[in-house]
Ligand binder design. Sequence first.
Ligand code: PLP
Length: 384
Amino acid sequence: MSAEENWSPRSQAARALGWIDQSTKAVTPPIHPASTFLRDPDNQYRSGYSYARDTNPTYDQAEALLCELERGAGALLFASGMAAAGAVFLNLRPGDHVLAPRVMYWGLRKWLSQFAVPWGLQVDFVHMGDLAAIRAALRPGQTRLIWLETPSNPLWGISDIAAIAELAHGAGALVAVDSTAATPVLSQPLTLGADIVMHSATKYLNGHSDLVGGALVTARKDDHWQGVADIRHDGGAILGAFEAWLLLRGMRTLYPRVETACRNALAVAQHFHGHAAVKQVLYPGLPSSPDHALAARQMRGGFGGMLSLRLKGGEAHAVAAAAKVRLWCRATSLGGVESLIDHRASTEGPGTEVPADLLRLSCGIEAAEDLIADLESALQGAIC
Ligand code: PLP
């Protein structure tokens, strides 16, 4: 193995795998907006490109870098995180059984209930922190997929990827992990036995709240993966070239951004743990969290930039405090350089299972003391 192959993922991210444009020697890749490519006179496509719904040269570096960071065998970009997740489920057959988490990104949970179930999938929502419950819910030969999200939105519980992969594989099922909140900086699910990793690239991978995108990475290029690729190609949920280029640029700073977000989240969690106005801080980095030991074993270098606060003053205090922040940005989404605060129940709307007293916090890269001071004054200022 050459020294270059040994470079750490942090170095590979910073240099975007060291790609140089051979015609100009440019150190950043050009954007290729072309929708179609010239066919050779003898009817071949020797460049490897024919039409941009098949693949696009601007995808290549972003897919290769993400594949390297996740230690995968192949990666595919999609038009959104939802399009990426949907491709994994749509690659199953009506009648197949899947297990999904009870606490997960609400948009995907809603899609599973409102689209995938009527389409024919049998979906059981299981507490993914409970291995006995997972074992009991598995139907060997019929369960095709266990979908995990860890840390899971918006309560930030941790699932044991290695243990669940062992259960799944024993029953003939695949494991896919929504690793949006963990990022490849903090955990690499494929190295723990997962078959597929999914990211909403809208979040940390890009990191600047200026694109919507998604990605899948596979442990193996097998028939299942080919099916997923066909779904992207035939369904057409591809990313635009400009977004793919922005994503590659964003991934070059993934490590320092995620590390700063983790430090900020830990500082905010520690400050508000035991605070007079706060009922509970939900963050796996706190030793008091029931998932702390598992998180410490499974994640490296931090516990993520996401946490939630439950306020003693209930919904009224949570909504009023979110209205008073000045540094935090009152907006949904997560994983950008700017810190966001979200009254999650309002975002999810009627039928949500999120406690009404919960504020979801996405820590950015500002100074931790400023984030804490701004939240403190918002909480104080909002007490009626
Ligand atoms: N997974 C998680 C954990 C998310 O937070 C989101 C979006 O908020 C998604 C998936 C969906 O991603 P997108 O909005 O890019 O479709």
